[in-house]
Structures are given as structure tokens and as C-alpha cells.
Design a protein around this ligand. Structure first.
Ligand code: NAD
Length: 471
């Protein structure tokens, strides 16, 4: 492992490490690893004060073994070709691990959204979409973006609107982007999906007694001490579901600083304090840490980096005290740090699996858009009627009358959100076991990241083999 390798090299090194354990033709492996399309554009944008600024934007489509391609759009000062190529490759492996039938993609614009007005951001977003559409880098059957760092439902609504303006009459146009507001063709449960998926996946891993015993931990999430870096979309919802699931949140890091309390922090109180003071620091009941990075080294059972890539490095990995690192962010652990954590017996639940809840529910949103009907709309009343008749039969057979509360609880038909959360849980739980099986069967020769990558490579290889080569 070369010291100081780029994010893309980090992802490719993980690929190479796993590829050695497979028996695929080296040419096939090279084809899987290579990015299929990389789009770069620059365009001028008029700022509110009348000045003109040149924006730099990218979109990478890593794999076309399944179409459309899928991946978020990031607005951050760090965005460059290397970053989108790395993130697009991760998307391919992520989609395949959770059986979402998309190739991986990622896009981004190099900007700090905090330094632009809403009107400027809207103009930048619409122009970016225009450039993507005219180069065939966007469309419900081609390439479907989603939110990532610095973007959210607001940007996705602008993207959907711009696309539908450009492609008027295209019946499936709303499927051109996911993560939209519900009122603009989005799906209930998408906003929380990545954090909820992080919770489901970690609960599954922590539910296996044999693996927890090896780490010196009790089975289950109850009482586990958790530290979270980043309280944005992913980190906040992960924190919320871990707290509801019985874990104790003992530390948070945000860009302005970090706080801790070994006895536990109340998430909603911290969020309210941050909204009011624009900072997590000086939150009642918490101690400020001298540096925000110190949160990564706090005494805890589970460390969840949920902010940005390359946060756990060769420098701080020796001081990480968690027994489990849950990679809610993409690429938070450098290759060098990965080796150190593995040597220290720390379990790393890899990004390609654990943060796949977002793309899973994006897939449900895309299916909903193509189907033009809300999940649950057809069957909710039918289910209610069927459950009511069943209860009436039980009442008839037993002579016992159910209370109104019992009837209400049992006869509720599934809403869209119930179905989305059920599909997400099924996906995250089901996807963990093939990865764990690969890990266990290799008897300690690989870590979970390599095991996940082996599973992903095998699946993409099978697709390419079955598709053959055109022409
Ligand atoms: P976000 O912009 O909503 O949140 C990121 C948070 O991290 C922000 O609150 C920011 O202030 C904070 N932060 C930035 N630098 C920090 C630092 N040095 N220390 C502590 N906090 C810092 O972004 P997000 O959508 O939550 O994405 C977070 C990570 O999860 C990214 O790596 C992203 O690629 C990944 N991810 C996101 C999704 C999704 O659905 N949004 C899905 C999969 C993976």
C-alpha cells in the first residue's frame, strides 16, 4: 500500500486486494475496474452581484453492466475527477452488494454551497443538468442522480424540473433523479434511508454472538457506546435510529468541533442547541473536545464516521478505541488505516455495504416513478379488509371480543413508508450474510471489506460474462 494514495487509488487497491482471491480472467477484472465514461464540463454562472464565475463539474459512469447508472451529486470544494471516479466505482460495488440493478455513477460540482445564495445554487444546478442532458449523461434509462454531500431534496426537485422541461412529453421523466421531495415524485422514507440502513446493517452484524464474542462485546446494540462524526443527513438519522435502538451516544463531531459525555448525549437536545447556536460546542451536559478529530479516538464500542472520506488515517488509526468502525460515509478509512485497524482486530463494516440504504430506497423511488403509482395504494384497503375478516373469524371461534386498539393495530394495511422500510430492512439484513460467509470461509485471510469486494466482483463478472462483448 503506497502512503498517501488518492481516493481512487484507495478504492482500486481494495479492488486489487479482493481480485487476487477470485479466479477471473485479468482482462475481465480490468474491464470491471475501469470507468466507462467520464464527463467534465465548465460553464459560466452569473452571481447575484452581477459578476461571472466559471464552475467546474463532473459526472463519472463507472459501470454499464446494468443500466441506468446511479449515484449522487456532490457540491463540495474538494470535487475533482479523482473523487467522482472513486465514488462512482464504490457505487457499482454498492449496488451489486444490495442487488440494486444499476451501474455505479457519481457527479459533482466544485463549490462550497454555503458561499452561494439559493438563487445562485438553483442556476448552477439547472445549467449542470442542461449539460448532462445534452451529452446523454442523464435520463431514467441512462443515468439517474441522487443527493450526496451538499445536496438534498431541494436540488433534486430543481433537477427533475429542468429535465422535464428539456424532455417534455417523456412519460417516465420523473425517474431521471431520486431523492426528490415526496410532493415532487419522491418516496416516503428516502431522506432517512441511508441512516436507517446503517442501523439495520450494524444491528445485523452485532446480532451474531460468535462475532461479538471475538471482539469482547455482548450481542446486540442495547447499551453499546457509539460515537458519530458528522450530523448531516446520514449521521443524524443513524444517530436517531441507534438511540431508539437502545445504544448510548457518547460523542459527536461536527465541522465546528466535537463533544462527548460517557453517560450519553441526547441527540435532539444537541440538534436543538446546534440550530440555535450554529455549533455543537458548549452544549449543556456535554464536554467540548480540544479538536474535532479527537472524537474519533474516544472510548466507545462503535465509531461511525458519517461525514467525508479519508478521516481515519495511518496517523490516528493506532489511537482508535472502538471495536467496530461502521463506514456510514464513503471512503472514510484510508488503505493504510485499514491495515492498521485489521492488525488491531477492529471490525470495519465497509461503506460499500453499510451505507447502501440510500441507493436501495432510491431504487424503490425509481420503480415508483416508472410505475406511476404510490406503493401501497392498491393493496392497503384490501389488506385492512382481509385482516378484519380474519379477526372476526377468530372472535367467532374464541368468543373473545378484541378491543378497538387491538383491531386497529392488527388491521392496519401497509402504507408506502411501511413498505419502503420493510424493503430496506430485508435488503440490508439479506445482503450482510453473503459478505460474512465469504469473510468466515476465508478463515481470517480477508477482512469484511475484502470479503464484500469479492462478492461484488463475482456478481459484476457474472453479468459481463453473460452479456458478452459488443460487437
Ligand atoms: P451532509 O452534507 O448532509 O452531512 C455531512 C456532515 O458532515 C455535515 O453536517 C458537515 O458539517 C459534517 N462535516 C464535514 N466535515 C466534517 C469534519 N471534518 N468533521 C465532522 N463533521 C464534518 O452529507 P450526507 O449526505 O450526510 O453524506 C455524508 C457521507 O455519507 C458522505 O461520505 C456521503 O458520500 C455518504 N453517503 C451519503 C448518502 C446519502 O443518502 N446522503 C448515501 C450514501 C453515502
Amino acid at each position: 500500500m503506497s502512503v498517501g494514495s488518492s481516493f481512487l487509488e484507495q478504492v482500486n487497491q481494495a479492488f486489487d486486494r479482493a481480485a487476487r482471491f477470485t479466479h477471473h480472467d485479468p482482462v475481465l477484472l480490468a474491464n470491471i475496474k475501469a470507468c466507462k465514461n467520464l464527463f467534465y464540463t465548465s460553464f459560466p454562472i452569473k452571481r447575484d452581484d452581477g459578476s461571472i464565475e466559471v464552475m467546474h463539474a463532473w459526472r463519472a459512469e463507472h459501470s454499464h453492466h446494468k443500466l441506468p447508472c446511479k449515484g449522487g451529486i456532490r457540491y463540495a470544494p474538494t470535487v475533482d475527477a479523482d473523487e467522482v471516479l472513486a465514488l462512482a466505482a464504490l457505487m457499482t460495488y454498492k449496488c451489486v452488494l444490495v442487488d440494486v440493478p444499476f451501474g455505479g455513477a457519481k457527479g459533482g460540482i466544485r463549490l462550497d454551497p454555503k458561499t452561494y445564495s439559493v438563487g445562485e445554487l438553483e442556476r448552477i444546478t439547472r445549467r449542470y443538468v442542461f449539460e448532462l442532458v445534452r451529452k446523454n449523461f442523464m435520463g431514467p434509462g441512462l443515468d439517474v442522480p441522487a443527493p450526496d454531500v451538499g445536496t438534498g431534496p431541494r436540488e433534486m426537485a430543481w433537477i427533475a424540473d429542468t429535465y422535464t422541461q428539456l424532455r417534455s412529453g417523456e412519460v417516465d421523466a420523473l425517474g431521471c433523479v431520486t431523492g426528490k421531495p415526496v410532493s415532487a415524485g419522491g418516496i416516503r422514507g428516502r431522506t432517512e434511508a441511508t441512516g436507517r440502513g446503517v442501523f439495520f446493517g450494524t444491528r445485523e452484524a452485532c446480532g451474531i454472538g460468535e462475532d461479538m464474542k471475538a471482539l469482547g462485546l455482548a450481542t446486540g446494540l442495547e447499551g453499546k457506546r457509539v460515537v458519530i462524526q458528522g450530523l448531516g443527513n446520514v449521521g443524524y438519522y443513524a444517530a436517531k435510529f441507534f438511540q431508539e435502538g437502545g445504544a448510548t451516544l457518547v460523542g459527536f463531531a461536527e465541522s465546528e468541533g466535537a463533544i462527548s459525555n460517557p453517560k450519553g448525549l441526547d441527540l435532539e437536545k444537541v440538534m436543538a442547541h446546534r440550530r440555535e447556536r450554529k455549533s455543537v460546542l458548549d452544549c449543556p451536559g456535554a464536554t467540548n473536545l480540544a479538536h474535532r478529530e479527537e472524537a474519533l479516538e474516544l472510548e466507545c464500542d462503535i465509531l461511525i464516521p458519517a461525514a467525508l472520506e479519508r478521516q481515519i488515517t495511518a496517523e490516528n488509526a493506532p489511537r482508535v478505541k472502538a471495536k467496530i468502525v461502521v463506514e456510514a460515509a464513503n471512503g472514510p478509512t484510508t488503505g493504510e488505516a485499514d491495515e492498521i485497524l485489521a492488525q488491531r482486530g477492529i471490525m470495519v463494516i465497509p461503506d460499500a455495504y453499510i451505507n447502501a440504504g440510500g441507493v436501495t430506497v432510491s431504487y424503490f423511488e425509481w420503480v415508483k416513478n416508472l410505475g406511476h403509482v404510490r406503493f401501497g395504494r392498491m393493496q392497503k384497503r384490501f389488506e385492512q379488509g382481509a385482516y378484519s375478516r380474519l379477526l372476526e373469524s377468530v372472535e367467532g371461534l374464541t368468543g373473545r371480543q378484541f378491543t378497538a386498539e387491538e383491531i386497529e393495530r392488527v388491521t392496519q394495511g401497509a402504507s408506502e413508508e411501511d413498505l419502503v422500510n420493510s424493503g430496506l430492512e430485508e435488503t440490508m439484513v439479506g445482503a450482510y450474510h453473503p459478505i460474512r460467509k465469504e469473510w468466515k470461509e476465508r478463515g481470517g485471510k480477508v477482512d469484511l471489506r475484502t470479503a464484500a469486494m469479492i462478492v461484488a466482483i463475482d456478481k459484476v463478472a457474472l453479468s459481463y460474462q453473460q452479456l458478452g462483448i459488443f460487437p
